[in-house]
Design a protein around this ligand. Structure first.
Ligand code: ADP
Ligand code: ZN
Ligand code: ZN
Length: 801
């Protein structure tokens, strides 16, 4: 009798090894590795989910095995590569293997029963199975016999299995616009119009430039391009376009992806492309680090090496920090490789994500572009993995499993025997240090395309009398630079350096700050909702109109938010058109892309925003970048504060003067002599690297030491401390004298959701016993879980408070 090894959905460390179950006779040819099944667990009648990891002929177990109850999937949802990866991932991240397995699947597939059998042929067997329905929902009501039949029909390609009700989605009819005219005819019709027919001109212009994207849904035209129905109707009357019915089109990729062709490489680009291409052809799992100044043409290197991979019959995986923030990068990849690209990002609905995942799994695409979790894409035959902006903290997941997509990429590169390319203008110190040691192969690109000058950077010392005298946040120098830019009809970007800006309520009479009752943080004022909200536990309450402490009416809302800066800009430059990009203006799906599209087509003069505007944008008309407060990231209580500041300032400065115009950058700061700011102003990564390495060396930090952060939480602060000291003693007993143990100390926000958090930091060079010890500690703490302890182990954390 066949036996299956199954990882069950019971989150304890003990269950991180597979359990054996027998496969009932009726399911022998059905159950295969990578499939989910339901199995009995424990003594009662409890049924739980599990992943089949392996199938074998017999068991070494002497007793009687329990049988699998039923299958959940009718085809494997994870490949052998992914199953293998889950062992490594669970071990590396100290997490439950079951949560690693689940993380690899798109969210719709994490639900138990959401699959449908969809007919592909009209045979009697299929008809009988569907019993007159258009599709059959797979539930636990199906008999083994039916499951076997479905399985057989699927193998014969008479039915398909899908997780979303495709047919329903396809039934949605939408009105869309298309035209029989060509570009010249459209432009002629446009030129024949009078200048007061603005809406018509815009519509015809759009059609002439988007012929490849037609038909396009009317509501997309309305929402994303502000082209109204009346304009469309008028054009229809004039026989310039046709309105047709289409089934709802899913178009995850921005439709602005213009077809691009290969560029003639510069000397530096050629060196990079040649070296990487050799590794692709030789199937050499080597890691390249491209350290290329902003505007040195890294993207073209990515594109031409992807092309190389496709030429030798392989596929390519490309990770970007966050797609909604980097639509231009995605468009450039889609523009080059068209339909061969699948895009995975958080802006997609779960159905759309599943659609893209399925296309990848079926082998219909050759290139995958996506954010962090795309590193688990079911792409076969990987010949190249690219990680753009490799220094970005968003590649590390903050939650279980706490994996770093960069490490997962390196694992997959070894299995697939392919190179990995890490690219950045400001590589993380870890990666750059590895290149120094020869672990990674360093490729430097030091010249901007067309020998474009680096921007002229002006550092404004806000401590100067002249600057400290101004009301508001704009120094005379920045005001003058903005005025000059507006006079020339160029564009400017203004950066407010804040991490997810928040504004809090404070009483001007007694100094009372409104705080969350459950957490040790102030509540954030949400103007649009008219509420005070806690960002940690979700607690919300109405905005008070008097001080809860002293009843004074003199309450104010503080924190220089983008809204406040926007008001200042409007007052200083009443004629300038300002676009604001922050959490409030980008909540709606597709809002980022829309703001960027508007700015890119010069429908605004100034783009104001937080960190989210600093990434990978390439606008030819931007000649000025202003940074309001360079110091915010510097003051973070994190050993990476200088690195983060340098990265942000370098990236955002790189936004100025990208085309044939030299850029100007104004950085306002209270720390004008800080090396992170001075080196960023010169776009001098190498000098920064040396200085920062020296400081890390002095302070025994990454990359000289490995770091592991362990945090313990409990509702009782005394218990938390006690447990922390126990943990520290445990660690001490297994570490050598070279390791450094810090803490326990309360975390920066020491109380969240009524739990107290304490942390211990281990810094070490070589501690062969540490990993095993941590697993043991995890095990024991989980046994204590009933007492309300939670523990988190974070290898190489991205943030240490
Ligand atoms: P990076 O990603 O290194 O900041 P980009 O890839 O955005 O730089 O390139 C900067 C600009 O130079 C882009 O507009 C790009 O189209 C252009 N470019 C890149 N390579 C070449 C080339 N070989 N010839 C001409 N233009 C190029
Ligand atoms: Zn709270
Ligand atoms: Zn008060």
């Amino acid at each position: 009798m066949a036996v299956a090894e199954i990882i069950v959905d019971v989150p304890t460390m003990q269950t991180n090894r597979p359990f054996e179950y027998s496969i009932p006779e009726t399911l022998t040819d059905v159950v295969v590795p990578g499939m989910r099944v339901e199995v009995p667990f424990g003594r009662g009648k409890r049924q739980i989910q599990g992943f089949v990891m392996a199938v074998k002929e017999e068991s070494n177990f002497k007793g009687k095995l329990k049988p699998i109850t039923r299958v959940i999937d009718l085809r494997p949802v994870l490949s052998k590569e992914m199953l293998d990866l889950s062992y490594w991932l669970a071990d590396q991240t100290y997490s439950f293997q079951i949560s690693c397995l689940q993380t690899m699947l798109p969210s719709v597939m994490r639900a138990k029963y959401q699959q449908f059998v969809i007919p592909k042929a009209d045979t009697p067997e299929v008809k009988k199975l569907l019993r007159g329905q258009t599709q059959l929902e797979i539930t636990n009501q199906l008999s083994d016999e039916e499951i076997r039949l479905i399985n057989k029909l699927r193998k014969n390609q008479q039915v398909d299995i899908s997780y979303v009700v495709k047919n329903k989605a396809q039934q949605v009819k939408r009105q869309a616009v298309t035209t029989d005219l060509n570009q010249i005819q459209l432009l002629e019709a446009k030129n024949a119009l009078r200048s007061n027919a603005k809406a018509q001109i815009k519509l015809l212009d759009f059609l002439a430039n988007h012929l490849n994207d037609l038909p396009i849904e009317m509501n997309v035209l309305e929402k994303d391009y502000e082209i109204g129905r009346s304009a469309i109707k008028t054009a229809e009357k004039n026989q310039l376009l046709k309105i047709i019915e289409v089934t709802k089109l899913r178009k995850p990729v921005g439709i602005d992806a213009k077809k691009t062709t290969k560029l003639q490489l510069t000397a530096e680009q050629k060196v990079a492309v040649d070296q990487i291409s050799t590794a692709i052809t030789q199937q050499h799992p080597e890691t390249f680090l491209i350290e290329g100044v902003t505007g040195s043409g890294k993207t073209e290197v990515y594109l031409q090496t992807i092309e190389k991979a496709l030429q030798v019959g392989k596929n390519a995986l490309m990770l970007v920090p966050e797609i909604s923030l980097t639509p231009q990068m995605v468009n450039r990849v889609v523009g080059r490789f068209g339909d061969q690209v699948a895009v995975l990002h958080s802006g997609l609905s779960s159905g759309e994500r599943y659609d893209e995942w399925t296309r990848i799994e079926k082998g219909e695409v050759k290139v995958v572009v996506g954010a962090r979790s795309a590193v688990f894409a079911p792409l076969g035959k990987i010949g190249l993995i690219i990680i753009d902006e490799e220094h970005e903290a968003s590649y590390k997941q903050d939650d279980n499993p706490r994996y770093n997509a960069r490490d997962v990429a390196l694992w997959r590169s070894k299995v697939n025997k392919c190179p990995v390319v890490l690219g950045s203008a400001t590589p993380s110190l870890e990666s750059r240090a590895r290149a120094e040691k020869g672990v990674y192969h360093l490729i430097r690109m030091t010249k901007r395309i067309n020998n474009q000058n680096l921007p002229h950077v002006e550092i404004v010392d806000m401590r100067d009398a002249e600057n400290s005298a101004v009301k508001g946040d704009f120094s005379p120098a920045l005001q003058a630079a903005l005025q000059k830019t507006l006079d020339k009809h160029d564009q400017a970007i203004v950066l407010l350096n804040r991490r997810g800006y928040s504004s809090f309520m404070m009483c001007r009479e007694c100094g009372f700050v409104l705080k969350c009752p459950n957490c040790d943080v102030s509540l954030t004022y949400h103007k649009d909702l008219g509420k005070m909200k806690c960002h940690y536990c979700g607690h919300e309450e109405p905005v008070p109109n008097s001080c809860p402490n002293c009843r004074s009416k003199k309450i104010g809302f503080y924190g220089t938010g983008t809204q406040n800066i926007e008001q200042q800009l409007n007052a200083l430059f009443p004629k300038a058109r300002v676009l604001r990009m922050d959490v409030d203006t980008t909540r709606r799906k597709g809002a980022h892309a829309k703001i960027l599209q508007k700015f890119g087509s010069h429908q605004a003069d100034i783009l104001l925003g937080t960190q989210m505007i600093a990434k990978g944008l390439d606008f030819p008309d931007v000649t000025l970048v202003g940074v309001i407060n360079a110091d915010t990231t510097l003051s973070l209580a994190d050993f990476r504060a200088s690195e983060r500041t340098f990265q942000l300032l370098t990236q955002v400065s790189g936004r100025a003067g990208r085309a044939d115009k030299t850029g100007h950058v104004v950085i306002q700061t209270y720390n004008p002599d800080h090396y992170a700011i001075k080196d960023a102003a010169k776009q001098d990564y190498e000098t920064f690297f040396k200085q920062e390495m020296y400081i890390r060396h002095q302070a025994n930090y990454t990359p000289y030491y490995f770091t592991t952060l362990i945090s313990v939480a409990n509702k009782d602060e005394g218990q938390t401390l006690k447990q922390s000291y126990w943990l520290k003693r445990q660690l001490q007993s297994s570490l050598s004298k070279d390791a450094i143990l810090l803490g326990p100390s309360p975390t920066m926000i020491s109380r969240k959701q009524n739990k107290y958090y304490y942390q211990i930091i281990v810094k070490y060079k070589h501690e062969p016993k540490l990993h095993q010890k941590l697993l043991e500690i995890l095990n024991e703490t989980q046994a204590d879980a009933k007492k309300g302890f939670t523990i988190a182990i974070d290898n190489e954390p991205q943030h240490i408070d």
